[in-house]
Design a protein around this ligand. Structure first.
Ligand SMILES: [Zn+2]
Length: 104
């Protein structure tokens, strides 16, 4: 019974390590597998010290529709954004900032 409980905790911690690694752009399945056969703590520490795969995390957010690329500077910005936070350019064709509207 104790072994069953320890195994369940081990698997749950391994799944958490997989989710943590996935959020940093690494493979979920590989980290769960390695956590189960080695140690969830070891794999968590390895995932924690590795630099995140920023490009993959950004692309995943774009694929999920949470982010989009700015049409001017190509930086990733929130999908709802009307202005790019990097270059300050308007994103919607039909929307112009107040200063631009006064000129027309
Ligand atoms: Zn921009």
């Amino acid at each position: 019974m104790t072994l069953l409980i320890i195994s369940a905790i081990w698997l749950a911690l391994s799944a958490l390590v997989g989710r943590y690694a996935e959020a940093k752009g690494f493979s979920f399945g590989l980290h769960v597998f390695l956590s189960i056969i080695t140690s969830p703590l070891l794999m968590f520490l390895i995932a924690a010290i590795r630099a995140p795969k920023t490009a993959k995390v950004e692309q995943d957010a774009i694929d999920a529709g949470q982010m989009k690329r700015c049409t001017t500077c190509a930086e990733p910005i929130r999908a709802e954004a009307k202005l790019c936070r990097f270059c300050n350019n308007a994103q919607d064709q039909g929307w112009l900032p107040p200063a631009a509207r006064q000129r027309t």
